[in-house]
Structures are given as structure tokens and as C-alpha cells.
Design a protein around this ligand. Structure first.
Ligand code: UDP
Length: 238
């Protein structure tokens, strides 16, 4: 098996990526497309853990504006991540890759509970592990869950999949002259309040020396270009 710079990765997929062109809920064309990329890197021998967001269904913070109690809203958000995980699991398995879903909130009829050592064993066997329900606690985000699981499974890199090419000096959707950074330090990201991940996630990665790579996954083959071909893609925060 080929030697890769990053043999074990944690891939964070936001709900936005799974909503694709629909902008809400599940766009199965988008899910098939990202799954295809995951299958490609997994078959090549990269060990993949996935943390899936839930923003395509529900974000706790936003619901607070509607008068919903924060913890209640956050639990609703975490359940959204489970729906996403099950959709992703089905699509990945149809493409021929063995997977397991583990949830941070127990629901044993549909997924395993999160057990770190079991997760590691699945990954050793080449199964794609989907970590669901965030951290299991309100007031956190799935970005923080991704940083936490990355540290727990000893991931050598956290790949944050987005719809833009990386981190820019200003919002590229609103400013045509926005400049893409090829690299940043964790402190830069924290000081500049880069919004691509929250401060808790950046801090956890900084403390555990896990590089974060922010990259566009809308184009087919991007994950393989980065992880298998070793191309420089997106922005690395380290
Ligand atoms: N959430 C939470 N604790 C966690 C992870 C997520 O309470 O550990 C809730 C929170 O309400 C969040 C929602 O689940 O808004 C969906 O997650 P997130 O917003 O991180 O999804 P993404 O933006 O990545 O799609």
C-alpha cells in the first residue's frame, strides 16, 4: 500500500455540502458526488473518519431567535446530523465501501454508540467511520466535534470540506478581489476570527497539533488530488 502524508484523516462535511443545489435538506446528487470522492481515497488506503454537520436541517443558534430554548434547539440540530449520516452511509455502501455510523447520543436501533476503541478497530479494517450527533452536548458545533474526534482517533489532518476554495482575506462570495491564503497559523485564524470554523475547533486542533485543510470538494477528484497525489490544495492552518 502506498505511503501517504496523511494516512488517517478526519473529514468534516457540513450540512451545506449535503444540501448541494437545494440549499436545504438532502441533495442526493451532491451526496453521491462527495461519496464518490470518499470511496476513491478509502480504496487507495486512506483511513477516513467523517463528522457530518446538520445545518441543512437545523442550527440551534438560529432557533433561539424563534424563542426555542438553546439546549432543546441544539439537540434538534444534533438529530439532523444523524439523518445526514444515515443518508451518507447508504450512498457510500451502495458505492461498495463498508461503513459504520456511531452516534454521540445513543440510538442503538439505527447506529452504534460512540466507543473510541471500537471506532479505531473499524478504521483499522478499512471501514469508513461516520461520527454522528456531534459531541452529544449542546452549545457545541460539529466543527468542534470534528476537532475532538480527530484528536481522539489520532487523525493526522482535519479536512474541512467547503463550497469555496479555502480561506480568503474577505468573503469571496461578496468580494471579487478576495485573496486566497495558501497557509495560516492557528493564531492568525483565531486573531482574525476566521469564520470557516469556530474558535473552539481551532483551539483544539492547535493544542493537539492537528493541521486543518480547508478545501473545495464540489469538483470531482479534489480529495484524491490532495490526499493521494499530494497536491497543494486550499488553505492549510497549522
Ligand atoms: N450541535 C450541538 N452540539 C454538537 C454539535 C452540533 O448542539 O456537538 C447542534 C447545534 O445546534 C448545531 C447543529 O447541531 O447548530 C448542527 O450542527 P452544525 O451547525 O455544526 O452543522 P453544519 O454547520 O456543519 O452543517
Amino acid at each position: 500500500m502506498a505511503e501517504f502524508k496523511y494516512k488517517r484523516i478526519l473529514l468534516k462535511l457540513s450540512g451545506e455540502v449535503l444540501a448541494g443545489k437545494l440549499g436545504f435538506g438532502l441533495d442526493f446528487d451532491a451526496i453521491r458526488s462527495i461519496s464518490h470522492q470518499i470511496v476513491e481515497i478509502s480504496r487507495a488506503g486512506v483511513e477516513v473518519g467523517l463528522v457530518v454537520g446538520g445545518g441543512n436541517f437545523f442550527r440551534g443558534k438560529q432557533a433561539v431567535d424563534e424563542g426555542i430554548e438553546r439546549s432543546q434547539a441544539d439537540y434538534m440540530g444534533m438529530l439532523g446530523t444523524v439523518i445526514n449520516s444515515l443518508a451518507l452511509q447508504d450512498v457510500l455502501e451502495k458505492q461498495g465501501i463498508p461503513t459504520r455510523v456511531q452516534t454521540a447520543i445513543q440510538m442503538q436501533e439505527i447506529a452504534e454508540p460512540y466507543i473510541r476503541r471500537r471506532a479505531l478497530r473499524h478504521m483499522d479494517k478499512g471501514r469508513v467511520l461516520i461520527f454522528s450527533a456531534g459531541t452529544g452536548s449542546p452549545y457545541f458545533s460539529t466543527d468542534t466535534a470534528a476537532a475532538l474526534r480527530a484528536a481522539e482517533i489520532g487523525a493526522q489532518c482535519l479536512v474541512k470540506a467547503t463550497k469555496v476554495d479555502g480561506i480568503y482575506d474577505k468573503d469571496p462570495m461578496k468580494n471579487s478581489d478576495a485573496v486566497l491564503y495558501s497557509s495560516l497559523t492557528y493564531m492568525d485564524a483565531l486573531r482574525q476570527r476566521i469564520e470557516v470554523m469556530d474558535a473552539a475547533a481551532f483551539s483544539l486542533c492547535m493544542e493537539n497539533k492537528i493541521p486543518i485543510v480547508v478545501m473545495n470538494v464540489l469538483e470531482d477528484g479534489r480529495l484524491a488530488d490532495f490526499l493521494i497525489q499530494g497536491k497543494k490544495i486550499g488553505t492549510i492552518v497549522s
